[in-house]
Design a protein around this ligand. Structure first.
Ligand SMILES: C[S@@+](CC[C@H](N)C(=O)[O-])C[C@H]1O[C@@H](n2cnc3c(N)ncnc32)[C@H](O)[C@@H]1O
Length: 299
């Protein structure tokens, strides 16, 4: 299946003001947003893209031949290794997974297909999920399921994982799915019982929320005055990190007028909670949970 870029026109509409500016796409994926940025900037404009996933980087190298474009195989929390302070006109984050991650069974992202239990965006470094899940304590499993999946059934799932491990190692996605299903309530639910656990384990194994927090802090330093940071999130954990990161900072409470705090406003939120239209959701189900926020750097 192709990856359909989410909120494409809306995000690029906000991002590209200065057509000869310098832009950063932190999450190249299959290049939906990057290609649109290239189509909207002039011959003097520049675009750098990051992706942690070697397959995405390969795809960029194979599919884009444009002297204005460069792809970097690094996590977006390392963007400061490439850019100077206040050098970018626009920075885009389109978080999470691509549809192509679920199509490739060997990546272990999908609970619908059997594959090795991996789930790493960058399969060249770190350990696959199977390494960790076979060693983690019951408490660690519960914490991950609660914190990153808000899974109400965390205790039973963690217990069942530990019981299964007494007999054999968990190596595949279908083994993990059957463990989760065995302890899930039989009551009708619209979502598959493994949805939240798979989300939790993916976020954990890729260190997603910590890297996002770090990348947003760095983006604030790298963006020019008047430049924009556009973030598309897919669940409430991501969205609250984005929202909190840009909360107006209260610098001090002056003694003489204690009810009037000195507020430092570095960014204006120029668009909050932008969601895909019904037409987009009908065309691409994955877009239904997307939320976009746009922040503009103030002088
Ligand atoms: C939703 S997809 C982006 C899709 C892209 N906008 C498009 O239209 O084709 C998210 C991408 O971000 C990448 N990614 C996730 N976490 C990352 C990180 N910390 N650093 C860099 N890339 C990351 C994933 O590998 C995936 O390719």
């Amino acid at each position: 299946m192709l990856h359909f870029p989410v909120l494409l026109e809306e995000s690029i509409g906000f991002l590209v003001d200065n057509k000869s500016g310098s832009f950063l796409d932190c999450t190249f994926g299959r290049g939906g947003h990057s290609n649109s940025i290239l189509n909207n900037i002039s011959e003097n404009g520049k675009l750098t893209a990051f992706d942690k996933d070697p397959d995405a980087v390969q795809y960029a190298n194979d599919s884009i031949n444009d002297s204005r474009f460069k792809i970097i195989h690094k996590s977006f929390n390392e963007i400061d290794s490439i850019f100077q302070e206040k050098s970018l006109d626009g920075i885009l984050f389109d978080l999470g997974t691509c549809s192509t991650h679920f199509d490739d069974k060997s990546r272990g992202f999908s609970f619908r297909d059997d594959g090795p239990l991996d789930m790493r965006f960058n399969f060249n470094t770190g350990d696959p999920l199977s390494e960790w899940i076979n060693k983690a304590s019951e408490k660690e499993l519960i914490d991950v399921l609660y914190k990153y999946g808000q899974e109400k059934n965390a205790r039973s799932i963690a217990k069942a994982i530990c019981a299964f491990r007494q007999e054999s190692e968990i190596k595949t996605t279908s083994q993990l799915v059957s463990i989760i299903v065995s302890v899930s309530s039989k009551k009708f639910s619209k979502i598959h019982p493994a949805t939240k656990s798979f989300q939790a384990f993916r976020i954990f194994i890729n260190n997603e929320l910590e890297e996002l927090e770090e990348a947003l802090e760095k983006s604030k330093q790298l963006i020019k005055i008047g430049g924009k940071i556009v973030v598309i999130s897919f669940h409430s954990l991501e969205d609250s990190i984005v929202k909190n990161s840009f909360k107006t900072k209260i610098k001090a409470f002056p003694r003489e007028i204690p009810i009037n705090p000195i507020v430092t406003k570095e960014f204006d939120c120029i668009a909050r909670k932008i969601r895909p239209s019904n037409i987009e959701i009908n065309r691409n189900k994955r877009s239904r949970s997307a939320i976009m926020r746009v922040f503009k750097k103030l002088p």
